[in-house]
Ligand binder design. Structure first.
Ligand SMILES: Nc1ncnc2c1ncn2[C@@H]1O[C@H](COP(=O)(O)OP(=O)(O)OP(=O)(O)O)[C@@H](O)[C@H]1O
Ligand SMILES: [Mg+2]
Length: 309
């Protein structure tokens, strides 16, 4: 068998994306620990920093100056992402670094994102974990929506809970908008409905789909509803100090179901861990985290749940 045929037969990696809206809630820490646990479980894993503005994932792995970054991939026309993968100190774990330089990729067109995503799928790995930047820009949402596991990280604070809800809401509207590119009047309707104070008084996704059904018929509304229901994110509550705080993810879960028709999984919580904080401040590789720590055990439970999903 030729090498080409061989690579054609290799199954594409499973992609996990980690987002969540608010900055500083621990998306990069969680991505790193998810990837590290996958690698420890024998899964060949590539961790990718898709924070296109403020890449810093390499520092969490103790790599000061990554020799190659996503920016090199875009500007220097490498044939494959394999060429910019960097080995880490952990077995089975490689990194594709983002770039803190001004990126030619800072505002990619949708087709460039699709191309990049296709390259993710061609990586020689079992799992690809992508760490997204903060916010709900199209960049973040498009990478989030394409992943097999759409993981949201939040912390038990009202602003983070609210941002997580807005993140899912924007993801739903982004999907609906992409699905209606060939139907301008539908796309306009989706855009109007996105404004929470719109004149049509459409306040929820359910109401929007009802409106679409009334104006365009069931054959238009039903496939859209199916796509919305397929989003199914998974929620992690990070930096938890007590049992009460563990419920933050549940709140997002309930509200997203009620207003957005989104069924999500609550993956549980990760303890606040001072060692994580000091390791990140000292730029020490997180893979050296004390393995008896609660946060490390929490992440193991979460990865185990995700693997069963
Ligand atoms: N479980 C935890 N326990 C203690 N500190 C944590 C934990 N998770 C994250 N942190 C701390 O929170 C800070 C932000 O973490 P991180 O960089 O992962 O957030 P982020 O969501 O990726 O931020 P950004 O939106 O800027 O990309 C870091 O200082 C990190 O040490
Ligand atoms: Mg980050």
């Amino acid at each position: 068998m030729t090498e080409e045929q061989d690579s054609e037969m290799a199954p594409a990696p499973i992609i996990w994306a980690v987002g969540g809206g608010k900055g500083g809630v621990g998306k990069s820490v969680v991505s790193t620990l998810l990837a590290f646990w996958l690698a420890r479980m024998g899964k060949r894993t590539v961790l990718i920093d898709v924070d296109l503005g403020g890449a810093n994932l390499h520092t969490l792995l103790g790599i000061k100056n990554p020799p190659r970054t996503l920016n090199d991939f875009i500007t220097r026309n490498f044939d494959s992402l394999e060429e910019i993968c960097v080995d880490t100190e952990a077995k089975n774990l490689r990194l594709i670094s983002g770039s803190s330089e001004v990126l030619s990729l800072a505002n990619p067109h949708f087709s460039q994102k699709v191309k990049l995503i296709n390259h993710f799928s061609r990586l020689d790995a079992d799992y690809v974990v992508i760490d997204l930047g903060a916010g709900t820009s199209f960049n973040v949402l498009d990478f989030f929506l394409v992943a097999h596991e759409k993981i949201m990280v939040l912390v038990p604070e009202p602003t983070s809970i609210q941002n997580a809800y807005i993140f899912v809401r924007n993801a739903v509207y982004r999907r609906l908008s992409r699905l209606s590119t060939k139907d301008p009047s539908l796309q306009t309707l989706v855009k109007i409905a996105m404004d929470p104070k719109n004149e049509l008084k459409v306040r929820t996704i359910k109401e929007l789909l009802q409106f679409i059904e009334e104006s365009g018929g069931k054959e238009v509304a039903a496939p859209l509803e199916k796509e919305v229901r397929a989003i199914q994110p998974a929620i992690i509550t990070n930096m938890v100090n007590d049992d009460k705080e563990k419920n933050a993810g549940r709140i997002v879960q309930i509200v997203a179901e009620k207003y957005l028709m989104i069924q999500s999984t609550d993956l549980g919580s990760v303890s606040h861990d001072r060692q994580i904080f000091s390791m990140v401040s000292d730029m020490a590789p997180l893979i050296n985290l004390d393995q008896s720590s609660q946060a490390f055990a929490n992440m193991h439970e979460i990865v185990t749940k995700l693997l069963k999903n």
